[in-house]
Design a protein around this ligand. Structure first.
Ligand code: ATP
Ligand code: MG
Length: 196
């Protein structure tokens, strides 16, 4: 049996319940063996707009978040590769790591709407099935020349941006990130001085 592997890329600064609910529900809906939460090394579309937390800390948080979850794994290939992170390259890497696997690129609706701005996005569409996570009642308009699989997941209005701001001004993150992620944040002293 060939593996079915989902690639869910992100900055994960920090990873939150929105990411986890998405990953487990897409895995279930599309019967994927694995969903790789791939931690971007340099998120080139975000670089320069705000300070990005060190990749080792972001990887540690994702590893903590998925440690006890069946079928979810933290991906470090983009960090190991170094430089800017392009999904086209990462899919090539996964094709070598999981020979013959069917690959699925999973994106949230905001990321899907900007798909055509991705470096070598035609290659991404050729190497993988595109999956967009739909929020109930709010189907996003998608680049029409590509075929998209839509998976509906519960809408959780949580973003890493909001979590960094909460952390910076001392509001609780409980239930928005897992306890294990909270431990990493506290131990490493992340986001204390983060600004919106
Ligand atoms: P930031 O606020 O810093 O942009 P983020 O919360 O959007 O962070 P990212 O790491 O940028 O998180 O997102 C990684 C992927 O997760 C993207 O495909 C994004 O669309 C998706 N995503 C982010 N938040 C949610 C959410 N609450 N529910 C479902 N998908 C989400
Ligand atoms: Mg985002």
């Amino acid at each position: 049996m060939l593996l079915r592997v989902g690639l869910f890329g992100g900055t994960f600064d920090p990873p939150h319940v929105g990411h986890l609910v998405t990953a487990v529900n897409v895995r279930h809906a599309l019967q994927l063996d694995l969903v790789v939460l791939m931690v971007a090394n340099v998120p080139w579309q975000k670089a320069g707009t705000r300070p990005i937390t060190d990749s080792a800390h972001r990887l540690a948080m994702v590893e903590a978040a998925v440690a006890d979850v069946d079928g979810l794994v933290a991906g470090r290939a983009e960090i190991d590769h170094g430089g800017p992170s392009y999904t086209a390259d990462t899919l090539q890497h996964l094709a070598v790591e999981y020979p013959g696997a069917a690959l699925f690129t999973i994106v949230g609706d905001d990321a899907a709407a900007g798909f055509e701005t991705w470096e070598r996005h035609e290659e991404v569409a050729a190497r993988s099935s595109l999956v967009v996570v739909d929020r109930p009642g709010a189907p996003v308009e998608l680049p029409a020349q590509f075929e998209w699989l839509r998976v509906e997941v519960p809408r959780l209005e949580v973003s890493s941006t909001d979590l960094r701001a909460r952390c910076a001004d001392g509001r609780p993150l409980d239930y928005l990130v897992t306890d294990a992620v909270l431990d990493v944040i506290r131990t490493a002293g992340l986001y204390a001085g983060a600004v919106r």
